[in-house]
Ligand binder design. Sequence first.
Ligand code: GLY
Length: 318
Amino acid sequence: MWGIIATWRMAAEGVEKASEMLAKNGDAGDAIETAIRDVEDNPYYKSVGFGGLPNEEMEVELDAGYMDGNTFDVGAIAAIKDFANPISIARRLSKEKVNCVLVGEGAEKFAHKEGFERKNMLTDRARIHYKNRVKEVREQELKPYAGHDTVGMVCLDTTGKMVSATSTSGLFMKKQSRVGDSPIIGSGFYVDSKVGGASATGLGEDLMKGCISYEIVRLMKSGMHPQEACEKAVHDLDQELKERRGQAGDLSLIAMNNKGEWGVATNIDGFSFVVATEKEAPVVYLAKVVDGHTVHEPASQEWLDEYMRTRMAPVVEK
Ligand code: GLY
């Protein structure tokens, strides 16, 4: 059995490439890295990699995490600038016994020494989005932080190896050096090949409060199906946050177990995700909350067309 599940529609092309590799008995680590690099390299996705939106200082600072569910090797980088593929740097770091989580300048030195590709990650498109958003926030009292979509994935290969990984530019207009859940083991990602894995997208500051990816794997270990585990973890954290703090940020989770069964839960409407397994060709789904439960259905062709149209529409300075 093989399978891969990923957050957001932007992962669809990468999941397709990964599924071709997995169907030919490819390695889960190679497949997930290929899939995430595909998202990082796409200039139209403004919350991951090239074209990601900048922080308050107009710098694109990127976070990524990678975990191998066989060995528990973990690598992560945070607040790294000017490197093309954060996921590959995180995966390379996962081979280190110590010093496997690096931030900022230290992460950049490591990436340079290891020969990773340097790239200016700030595009003209992202620069215009930034300027427009600053203007909108000033004029319409909008929240600057809205709209941040991490790519997170869980992957199972035919040997039974599982991996989980993330990549993001984090909160739009975040403070310099701000770190969210994505490079934090147990929050943004976690995987154990004996059980399964999970990955998160949403407001990092709130996702971290529940160590939510670890929590989902723990619930699956206790016998829950990934769907039940995702729903319980998201529901419980959402409720706790509302009770203690009056509100909960966006929380959306995906999970897969070591049988290729998968689950998803969210506290928002319109969370998209992508799944491919030995039994199902890559499908983009849309999830929403109905009566306290997450329900999902395949995205319509109309939705898919509109998604690409809005992502690729020209941006003009307002
Ligand atoms: N979930 C991504 C972030 O908050 O940075």
